[in-house]
Design a protein around this ligand. Sequence first.
Ligand code: PLP
Length: 377
Amino acid sequence: MIYLDHAATTPVPDEVADAVRDALVKQFGNPSAQYPYGREARELVARCRETVASALGCKAEQLAFTSCGTESDNWALRLAAHQNRHAGRHIVTTAIEHSAVLEPCRQLADEGWEVTYLKPDRDGSITAEQVALALREDTALVSMMLVNNETGCILPVGEVAALLKERGSKALLHTDAVQGFLKVPFSAATLGADLISISGHKIGAPKGVGALCLGERVKNPRPLLAGGGQEDGRRSGTEATAQLVGFAKAVELRRANLDASLAHMAELKAYALERLLALDGVARVGNGDAPHILSVSLVGYPSANVVEDLGSQGICISAGSACHRGKASHVYEAMGLTKKVKAGVLRVSFGPETKKSDVDALVSALEAHKNSRFPML
Ligand code: PLP
């Protein structure tokens, strides 16, 4: 199998799977229990927290584990809205956020909040100046992703943090860094965002684990899940110890070779871009700089057909975003792509394991697809 869909999810390395199995079998105690099994599990969770927090660049106590990036995003938006509910009821976000941000924004709009959605340009970029223009006295929250999951565009979150500071804004800044964590260099300590969402399965951890980093301006964060008061009262639910062990092990592995693996992905992306653009009828979509995501269009060829055709040959890529399950993507819509370009958008995404020969196989398969019986729009 040729797997070129690392932005959707990533393979789990053996070392991670072994660590997860070990934790499941040998360290199954409930971290809240008072006997040694419980204490062991509690210490295990604490070590996992140290590992992930250190990679993110925050203090361990600032990191709360969640069940996924989606939960982190939902929680961040809800807690920021709650904290600043008396400061105003205006939210600034972008039209290209993941649905894990857009849906809670829609819910908040139903509850009377006003949401401004910043539009990208044709390349998928959004600027800090756009935020500056949208920011109001009553803005309670700005939510801007770090890396767009469909185009690989890096958004100016650091500049927005500086802008909020300069304006003395009460607005909390949330960033969905699910596609940025261990893919583009940043540190929670210097980025300036108040809330940072990350997810394990984009970096080789099992699905079903994520985290939210809560900065100093976040006061008494209102839990999304109320109950037994785990995670220092911030997120109830018995800790998913095995998942957390997998998360920490995946972080360790990625971190150990980070510079080399990011350079490797960037090189593959450049190679893929060059080879794909040499094909007749292929256009680049967006100008994303993230090393692991490349978006192109086989103009006029419905991407669902392409993905299925390649899938049947064991080549996995995505038609825009896997999360949309065939629906036209709001991201490409917002970028104002033409109908034919939009129809043919393909997302190719790389991981540390990807090889040049994987890219070669993709290019040959796309060429064959173009020359086959598949209909154009
Ligand atoms: N945010 C972004 C940018 C994503 O790409 C994804 C997943 O694709 C999510 C959030 C959701 O993360 P999870 O799958 O862990 O819920």
